[in-house]
Design a binder for this molecule. Sequence first.
Ligand SMILES: *Cc1c(COP(=O)(O)O)cnc(C)c1O
Length: 413
Amino acid sequence: MSKNADIAALFNQYVINTYTPSVTLVRGQGCKVWDADGMVYLDFTAGIAVQNTGHAHPRVVQAVCDQMATLNHCSNLFYTANQALLAQRLASLSGLDGKCFFCNSGAEANEAMIKLARLWGHEEGRFEIIAMRLSFHGRTLATCAATGQSKIQKGFDPLPLGFAFAEYNDIESVRAQLNERTVAVMLEPVQGEGGVLPADHAFLKDLRQLCDEKNLLLLFDEVQCGMGRTGTWFAWQQAGVKPDAFTLAKALASGVPMGALVAAPKVADVFQPGRHASTFGGNPLACAAALATIDVIESEKLLARAAEAGTLFREGLAQFVEKFDQLLEVRGTGLMVGLVMDVPAKALVDKCREMGLLCCTAGESVVRFLPPLTVKDDELEEALDMLDDALDMLYGEDADAGGEAPADDAPSA
Ligand SMILES: *Cc1c(COP(=O)(O)O)cnc(C)c1O
């Protein structure tokens, strides 16, 4: 048996089955990862938009090792310089000049943002948050309740109340959900899990205006699209619209688990001592990783690189859309890229992996590409070549429908 299969068997016996993993990865470097049997892959999942600086970036590794050996955790009963410095960086990179709260994941960051909005509206009896259909905000009960996908909510009733849903990119459908209890509008500036769908800038501007008019908070979930992924630090910066608060996680600390809530001055002092907390949140180790991540993105000019590489990659993908009927459209911004299909996307993801390219799905019929922002031109080309071959095998003239092995009597094309 292969090592991949041995580890998979052990894993499946003892790990609760919430995912369906494919191969066993043992090592990563830059855009490449290796599996337990020595096969090398181009990693265009980057840990689901986590490894924006690439696997094992030496500056991140050094910062984490140094901090681990100095003071990795001491709780929030004490001040630490790293947390202050990171909050200062995020306040200034976002231009919100507000304050941050740190936690350990995207769901937790969104949970904090939801609690912040409720506390802000509490005295006026306002608590309802308008979220979007096909959104994804996490797997805690409140963030499931804020997620506009029934497959994620099913079976977990009763979910927390206080969420209404509107259509993404449709301001009238947001207006239709307004009532005297409404306190905020919450959305991803680029929907990730829902299918790599960017918000129209006009929609975000209209939302800002609506929120100002009705005294509502505008809340952005930048957990997936933030930290340079789309070519700016935060995707909302491209629309020229400022939120009242937004969340970060995935790429924030290059794989050291970390989430953050960034709040504009208007709501930066809503939480007072005792109203919200996290044991691990913002510990010196995670903050050191995040500070190093920000330094790498800045010094290696990865924002510009994400924009440039994204354009190149999407141009390459667009050629396949012309060539294969199963492909409908290329979507996304920067290096958050979706290939929309009119068949289930899983077969293509599986075939790409066999060829040595890791990508993932977003919803049923979108293939999602999230390479590290450090990806080189030749790696983009290599990925496009593998994808071309995979598409040919599955959907080319000589391919059988669906990619199954042809039956013995299959007619040759
Ligand atoms: C991944 C994701 C989350 C949840 O993050 P976790 O760290 O898995 O809790 C929330 N919102 C968006 C947009 C995400 O992509």
